[in-house]
Write a protein that binds this ligand. Structure first.
Ligand code: 6PG
Length: 480
């Protein structure tokens, strides 16, 4: 087999197939391979007119078709399937070749794989690719990890296939070594969960308390999409709410089973945050809300629990409430994004990745699922102050949230009074108020812990750790 291909893609499910098409459409000769050859043949038959594909029936043929240094993209399921493909390909590669994992791999797997392949002289880059099947075909947001040397070999390709932000910049970058790219993609997905949860809470309040129909709420979302909430997820939500089920004539949202699925990247974000000690309460509430929605037995048991009777606002109050919901949604969204960026910063410091948060925000302005206008503002905030402790301290966001908080509080209170679950909006408000609080009740937790577990505490007026003799004369002793 003559080595004519500039790049290879193995794993031709929707994402892999569309990525291969995107590369071919951009003029690259693309070697394509799938465990079941039928999928490879189907790609070439259906889309062979889009560019030059080199079908390969085996891993050996795939590698032999690639110009050196070889660039080979794996697009298979995360976990064991990815390890299996790496184990099959690595022995066929030479030092200096680049293996890319474009799936949603856990960043710790990527760190392990990168170290193992580096020992064999093979570059391994974990690359987060966001935007779903449409993004893979027309331009995703691309968050690359791996070595700088690997990225030098990949960047011409990735630049050509990435999405383009409104200012013309490509949404692709090298974010840091080893697992940095997959970590940022994981947090992207965590923020995606939080964003979707907040949007659904806004919908629920507009439906239950304001009494609007889905088609009316679709129009409200379309209006919001012309302002500071402009984003792909708001746009998508308006389309879903406007949709009528053809077989029943009912609003589509009313015929869908109210049990949310999750492939797991949001869960990983929360698990990782727990280990890093970073509060991602908005993302956590979103993950738990999805889990609870699928707990049929628990929900069945809860249906008869006493609660407030439904109260629907009159039209004038409903319009005013909708405006308050917009403010609550925006404020809670800023808090959830802030938590996600803080988690990336903490991981970057922990793993010495040196991730630039302004670059991350810039990457998310187009191509990815959480693309949104306000990411320009977030990029500007981190450009102005790269070590900004919290977005809530940025003058622009401080002003906006300072104004929005009164409506935000009213909406959280209304949700509680009306018995409408708004865990995301409420958790974000609690996070905001915790940050604002001079003295937290954590002092009492320390007292409790010392009382029953002699876990010691620190004082506000003296250095060191102390323990009180609760069983005896309650004197306190400095423990070191
Ligand atoms: C993306 C998406 C994608 C994610 C799907 C399903 O960035 O293109 O985030 O990676 O896997 O949206 O995710 P859940 O099943 O976890 O909702």
């Amino acid at each position: 087999m003559t080595a004519t291909a500039h790049v290879g893609v193995t794993g031709l499910a929707v994402m892999g197939r569309n990525l291969a098409r995107n590369l071919a459409r951009n003029g690259y000769t693309v070697a394509v391979h799938n465990r079941t050859p039928a999928r490879t043949n189907a790609l070439v038959e259906q889309f062979g007119d889009e560019g030059t594909f080199v079908p390969a029936d085996s891993a050996k043929e795939l590698v032999a078709s690639l110009q050196r240094p070889r660039r080979l993209i794996i697009m298979v399921q995360a976990g064991d399937p990815t390890d299996a493909v790496i184990d099959e390909l690595a022995p066929l590669l030479d030092p200096g070749d680049v293996l890319v994992d474009g799936g949603n791999a856990h960043f710790t797997d990527t760190r392990r794989r990168e170290a193992a392949l580096r020992a064999r002289g093979i570059h391994f880059a974990g690359v987060g690719i966001s935007g779903g099947e449409e993004g893979a075909l027309h331009g995703p947001s691309i968050m690359s990890g791996g070595s700088k040397e690997a990225y030098q070999l990949l960047s011409p390709l990735l630049d050509d296939i990435a999405a383009t932000a409104p200012d013309g910049a490509r949404t692709v970058a090298h974010l840091g070594p080893d697992g940095a790219g997959h970590f940022v993609k994981m947090v992207h997905n965590g923020i995606e969960y939080a964003d979707m949860q907040l949007i659904t809470e806004a919908y629920h309040l507009l439906r239950h308390t304001a009494g609007y129909e889905p088609s009316q709420i679709a129009e409200i979302f379309r209006t919001w999409n012309t302002g500071r909430l402009n984003s792909y997820l708001i746009e998508v939500t308006a389309e879903v709410l406007a949709h009528t089920d053809p077989s029943t004539g009912l609003p589509f949202v009313d015929i869908v089973a109210d049990r949310a699925g999750q492939k797991g990247t949001g869960r990983w974000t929360v698990q990782t945050a727990l280990d890093l000690g970073t509060p991602v309460s908005g993302i956590a509430q979103a993950v738990f809300a999805r889990s609870l929605s699928s707990q049929d037995t628990l929900r069945e048991a809860g249906r008869t629990l006493l609660g407030p009777t439904r109260r629907v606002l009159g039209s004038q109050d409903a319009a005013r409430f909708a405006d308050q919901v917009e403010q609550a949604l925006y404020a809670a969204k800023v808090v959830s994004y802030d938590q996600g960026f803080h988690q990336i910063r903490t991981a970057s410091d922990t793993y010495q990745w040196d991730v630039d948060l302004a670059t991350v925000a810039a990457l998310w302005r187009a191509g990815c699922i959480i693309r949104a206008d306000f990411l320009d503002r977030i990029r500007d905030a981190y450009t102005a102050e790269p070590r900004l402790t919290s977005l809530l301290r940025d003058p622009h966001f401080a002003e906006e949230i300072g104004q929005a908080q009164w409506a935000w509080r009213a909406v959280a209170a209304t949700a509680a009074r009306d018995g409408v679950p708004a865990p995301g909006m409420s958790a974000a408000l609690a996070h905001f108020d915790t940050l604002r609080t001079e003295r937290l009740p954590a002092a009492l937790i320390q007292g409790q812990r010392d009382y029953f577990g002699a876990h010691t505490y620190q004082r506000t007026d003296q250095d060191g750790s102390f323990h009180t003799d609760w069983a005896g004369d309650r004197t306190e002793h400095r423990t070191r």
